[in-house]
Design a binder for this molecule. Structure first.
Ligand code: IPD
Ligand code: CA
Ligand code: CA
Length: 255
């Protein structure tokens, strides 16, 4: 394993242990952000701070784009950039105490170099990048089968299905079923493992960049709803899938 991969892997495992230690904390501080369904806990903030401390010790010049603590915008993408989602699936963390991930992407000169997605309670850790391939708990994995929409499940968020602005009900009909897990990392891992034909959601850069590096390394596709590259700025309608399912979705959702 390259040094940087080994280092980030160990920081994320350590952060995961801290989260597990605080999983049942009775007085866990939980606040809302944009609305009552958008939560942040003291562990989201503490985990991001912990990871940034490790990153800055490793590379003081590294830039950070992180979901919490006012670090959610980045104008200059030169050099090495770490994109952090300290807890992806905070609602699940608070209510289910499982089905949440810690995620980091490393970009260099604007290009995705490494991605790390760790499903904490399942101890399932996917990492990799274009130079090294993709690994699941240390075992190299290959691209999933190029299944069509009619052959697989689709991860989707519930407001999209309810509002049906992009023919989501047709997507549901054509697929073998819809899954809603409340955790982008969980969905991207499922897609990489061949358990989904596609995943569609409104996502921020820290939601899709870590898993996105892994997807693209394995030849899976992702883009915004117009088929254009995601911009790493603000929320966008993310569409990811096998090459076959992705092309079908572009046609179906843009009718
Ligand atoms: C959320 C989850 C969820 C997705 C939301 C994200 P958070 O991340 O990934 O699945 O639908 O758009 O914001 O806020 O729990 O890190
Ligand atoms: Ca988060
Ligand atoms: Ca997230």
């Amino acid at each position: 394993m390259q040094d940087i991969v080994k280092a980030v892997h160990s920081w994320i495992i350590e952060a995961g242990e801290q989260i597990k230690d605080n999983l049942n904390k009775e007085d866990l501080l939980v606040e809302t952000k944009s609305g009552r369904k958008d939560l942040v806990t003291e562990m989201d903030k503490a985990t991001q701070d912990f990871l940034i401390h490790k990153i800055k010790t490793y590379n003081p010049d590294a830039k950070i784009l992180g979901e919490e603590n006012g670090l959610d915008q980045l104008a200059d993408w030169s050099g090495q950039v770490f994109i952090i989602d300290p807890i992806d699936g905070t609602m699940n963390f608070v209510l289910e105490k499982e089905n949440f991930c810690i995620m980091i992407a490393i970009y260099e000169e604007g290009k995705g170099r490494f991605g790390f997605v760790y499903n904490v309670m399942k101890n399932e850790f996917l990492w990799g990048g274009p130079e090294i391939g993709v690994f699941n708990n240390g075992k190299e994995i290959q691209a999933p089968k190029n299944i069509a929409l009619s052959e697989g499940l689709v991860g989707l968020n519930s407001p999209m299905l309810i509002h049906n602005r992009h023919h989501e009900t047709q997507v549901s009909d054509r697929s073998l079923g819809i899954r809603m897990t409340g955790c982008a990392g969980f969905e991207l891992i499922a897609l990489i493992k061949g358990q989904r034909a596609a995943y569609i959601s409104h996502l921020a850069p820290w939601d899709y960049a870590p898993g996105g590096v892994l997807l693209e390394t394995l030849g899976l596709k992702m883009a915004n709803i117009a088929g254009e590259p995601l911009t790493l700025s603000g929320r966008e309608l993310f569409v990811g899938g096998t090459p076959k399912a992705f092309d079908e979705l572009m046609d179906l959702m843009n009718q």
